[in-house]
Design a protein around this ligand. Structure first.
Ligand SMILES: Nc1ncnc2c1ncn2[C@@H]1O[C@H](COP(=O)(O)OP(=O)(O)O)[C@@H](O)[C@H]1O
Ligand SMILES: [Mg+2]
Length: 401
């Protein structure tokens, strides 16, 4: 198949997320190679500071794009470089601030590498690439799940802060700086720092706009057929839907496929099969792509090409694999409504119960676990309704019922 004709936003951003070690880098690299071979100008970005992209591709990488195969470039985000080149003023401010609070010089420098910076720079890098219009497909090999969710929630968090402290504080800073600096030893940010903060804010919001546009960006969850990994994937799916990001597929990696195997392997395979089934029902109606466990290392372009082939076959990996949100959470008069798409179910066959912070759904003999985010887990389920193939559950505070 040839690359799909491009309409709409004109760029495709695909993020691969999942627990550490599940195969994100491998699948990202495989997807990127395939996209480039279909003719897309592609860039592959590793945001995980435990970079392994370079090793997996067997190509030397840095903070600047380097060619992997014709049509594909890759880079590993270099926090130090990004920080020094673009956001030195903010870093200086943070160090100065910490010093004024009595921290030693060296500690202050180290503290300026704030948690969340990795995620922040990934968003900024994405923006830059979209603006430059040099690439048609951007593949992001994310840091482990927690960081991805933090990255994707960053725009909301920063907006909250800005709305709370801006522009009121900006005025305060300007009017009272000389006085305030005399009274307290605390150094206030200068205009340049404030300007940088404003630019930063705008850039993050722009990145959010791209990432929450389902035609432009898709998140794909990489997982393994194992209990703990799957549970984390279920949790990630709920959170991603909660923040309004479009998840368009799940990749179950390292599935044992060895019919000739020993008894021990066969029983392991049986266990894996139950988890694979669980994945198919939990993530339904998202497509679940399976990647077998390979006996041997996956290094270099030819073996990554094979991975892409088993995952996507002749299909275009840059296309949107699923449209719509499998889980949707909305705030309504004091409570929340959780909507779950169940295209194949009939009302009378749905069974539903709660188990701690999980919701268990059963229909047509399949059990589906849905992880409830903290905001919902503390509320009680007030009503359930099923129409237009969607199950809607309302959650309210105990006393409001
Ligand atoms: N399907 C597979 N079969 C065999 N080994 C795999 C498979 N997928 C990944 N690996 C290996 O597992 C290790 C971790 O994979 P990696 O893609 O780096 O995971 P992550 O980026 O999620 O941490 C690597 O050594 C990789 O070669
Ligand atoms: Mg990795």
């Amino acid at each position: 198949m040839k690359k799909s004709s491009k309409k709409g936003p004109g760029i495709r951003v695909i993020l691969y997320s999942g627990k550490g070690g599940v195969g994100k880098t491998t699948v990202s690299a495989a997807t990127a190679i395939r996209a480039a071979e279909l003719g897309y100008k592609t860039i592959l970005i590793s945001t995980d500071q435990a970079h392994s992209l370079s090793d997996i591709l067997e190509v030397e990488l840095s903070g600047a794009p380097a060619e992997v195969v014709p049509g594909l470039r890759a880079l590993e985000i270099d926090l130090d470089l990004e920080l020094r080149n673009y956001w030195g003023e903010i870093q200086n401010y943070v160090s100065t601030f910490l010093r004024s609070q009595g921290f030693e010089e060296l500690v202050a420098e180290e503290f300026a590498i704030l948690p969340g910076l990795e995620e922040l720079f990934s968003l900024l890098k994405l923006n830059q690439l979209v603006r430059e219009k040099e690439y048609e497909v951007v593949i992001i090999d994310c840091a482990p799940t927690g960081n991805t969710i933090r990255m994707l929630s960053f725009p909301d968090v920063i907006r909250w802060y800005m709305e709370k402290f801006y522009p009121r504080d900006r005025m305060l800073f300007r009017l009272f700086r000389p006085l305030a600096e005399k009274i307290s030893k605390v150094q206030l940010p200068n205009d340049q720092v404030i300007n940088s903060a404003e630019i930063l804010y705008r850039e993050v919001q722009e990145a959010a706009k791209i990432l929450t546009n389902p035609e432009a960006a898709s998140v794909r969850l990489v997982t393994n057929p194992e209990k703990i990994v799957l549970r984390e994937t279920e949790r990630a799916l709920t959170y991603l839907c909660l923040f309004g990001y479009a998840v368009d597929g799940v990749i179950v990696n390292r599935v044992l496929q060895d019919p000739e195997g020993s008894e021990a392997l066969k029983s392991w395979q049986a266990v894996q099969n139950t988890y694979l089934e669980r994945a198919r029902s939990c993530f339904y109606p998202l497509p679940v792509l399976v990647q077998p466990l390979r006996f041997g290392e996956i290094l270099g372009v030819p073996s990554l090409r094979e991975v892409a082939h088993t995952l996507f076959g002749d299909k275009d990996p840059a296309r949107v694999m699923f449209k719509g949100q499998p889980i949707n959470i909305k705030q309504v008069n004091g409570g929340y409504t959780l909507s779950i798409k169940l295209p194949a179910a009939r009302r009378e066959e749905i069974e539903l119960w709660r188990k701690g912070d999980e919701l268990v759904l059963k229909f047509q003999g399949v059990k589906r676990n849905i992880f409830l985010p903290r905001t919902l887990a503390s509320l009680s389920m007030a009503e359930a309704e099923f129409s237009e193939q969607t199950l809607r559950l309302s959650f309210q505070k105990e006393e409001d019922k």
